[in-house]
Design a protein around this ligand. Structure first.
Ligand code: PMP
Length: 400
């Protein structure tokens, strides 16, 4: 029956971890995986998460099904976190919001909703490059996927002129995917002034902005600063769609906690949109998982846990920022050929180092250091114990 089924290619990022696990050298470092590691290179469970779980255990809650749209106390709080508690649509009950299976699930629900109901286009434009899973998610949702210029290899920064030109040249009312902060894989974000220009162009062209916000708080250390683009667009009158993930900022990776929302004109329209989102969700997985949404909801709704969580997110962001500084200083001190300022300018979990494919290959083979072939490293994999070895190895690889 299945003799015609070809073997599919392995996932490029998970393949990096497999190679790392096979390596027996004690100096080995895995910078492929996009998950936070603490100062000792270990996975990190936030104290606020542990406390929320203790509260939940003490409550001896049942395990009944959630509604199709998820846990209301969580989804309401998620919308407030993204848009701001005082925001007009949040206040008036005009944000359609459903719980999702983390960010991936939110993007998939959003893709399916747009494919079914967005009246003007069936094409979504992604930045080039974008997170590797975006293309298959939107293709499988029923959208056609195209790209707009984003990253400039020459400056290892934003190709702002190219991006603006592409936004102006795509057909009117196109769907445009934007990374809200901490662009993956490049770590390159527009400045606030550039976001304002992007918002203006998108309004002039009537495009529909779909934000992917997988790192709120994790990028700068401030949930408010990281929400700048989303909040500016909404304040400027855009009706946006938004995917939120709590994988990184709450360290809830495997709990799969996220939300998908759409800004509606009024509560009546919001109710119609939510009714259709439920029709998208019901045949996919019926209703979302309970535990992670309870954890995130507890943190977001209890002021003392919320404050503690904000400090912990800032702690993770600050540790990453300090590793960027250490890496930059080391590379300069070791007189590594090239300009390395982008390491400090980039934001969030990842850095596009600019290392070439032969250099990344040499790092794996000679130094037992693993990263994706495009030279992307997860900054969270670096710590005081391995940063010097990493810097020296990179410096050697670049010198050839
Ligand atoms: N979008 C972006 C840009 C991401 O980097 C990620 C995580 N790697 C996600 C969405 C979704 O991840 P998750 O499904 O684990 O929330």
């Amino acid at each position: 029956t299945w003799s015609h089924v070809p073997a599919g290619p392995p996932d490029p990022i998970l393949g990096v971890t497999e190679a790392f696990l096979r390596d027996k050298d004690s100096r080995k470092i895995n910078l492929g995986v996009g998950a936070y590691r603490d100062e000792n290179g270990k996975p990190y469970v936030l104290t606020s998460v542990q406390k929320a779980e203790e509260l939940l255990t003490a409550e001896k809650l049942d395990k009944e099904y959630l509604p199709i749209a998820g846990l209301p106390s969580f989804t309401k709080a998620a919308a407030k976190l993204a848009y701001g508690a005082e925001q007009k649509h949040v206040q008036e009950g005009a944000v359609a919001v459903v719980q999702s299976i983390s960010g991936t699930g939110a993007l998939r629900i959003g893709g399916a909703f747009l494919a079914r109901f967005y009246p003007h286009s069936k094409t979504i434009y992604l930045p080039v490059p974008s997170w590797g899973n975006h293309t298959p998610i939107f293709r499988d949702s029923g959208l056609e996927v195209k790209g707009y210029r984003y990253f400039d290899k020459g400056t290892v920064g934003l190709d702002f002129a190219g991006m603006k030109e592409d936004l102006k040249n795509m057909p009117e009312k196109s769907i445009v995917l934007l990374h809200a902060c901490a662009h993956n894989p490049t770590g390159v974000d527009p400045t606030p002034e550039q976001w304002i220009e992007i918002s203006d162009i998108i309004r002039e062209k009537g495009h529909f902005p779909f934000f992917d916000m997988a790192y709120q708080g994790f990028a700068s250390g401030s949930t408010v600063r990281d929400a700048f683009a989303v909040r500016h667009f909404v304040a400027a009158g855009h009706e946006i769609a938004l995917s939120q993930s709590f994988a990184k900022n709450m360290g809830l990776y495997g709990e799969r906690v996220g939300a998908f929302s759409v800004i509606a004109e009024d509560p009546e329209q919001k109710a119609r949109i939510e009714s259709q989102l439920k029709i998208v969700i019901r045949p996919m997985y019926s209703n979302p998982p309970l535990h992670g949404a309870r954890i995130a909801g507890t943190i977001l709704n209890r002021p003392e846990l919320y404050t503690e969580w904000e400090q912990e997110v800032k702690g993770m962001a600050d540790r990453i920022i300090s590793m960027r500084e250490r890496l930059y200083d080391n590379l300069v001190r070791l007189q590594t050929p090239g300009e390395w300022g982008h390491i400090k300018r980039q934001i969030g979990m990842f850095s596009f180092t600019g290392l070439t494919q032969p250099q990344t290959k040499a790092l794996a083979e000679k130094a037992h250091i693993y990263m994706t072939a495009d030279g992307r490293i997860s900054m969270a994999g670096l710590n005081n114990g391995n940063i010097d070895y990493f810097s020296e190895s990179v410096s050697k690889a670049v010198k050839g």
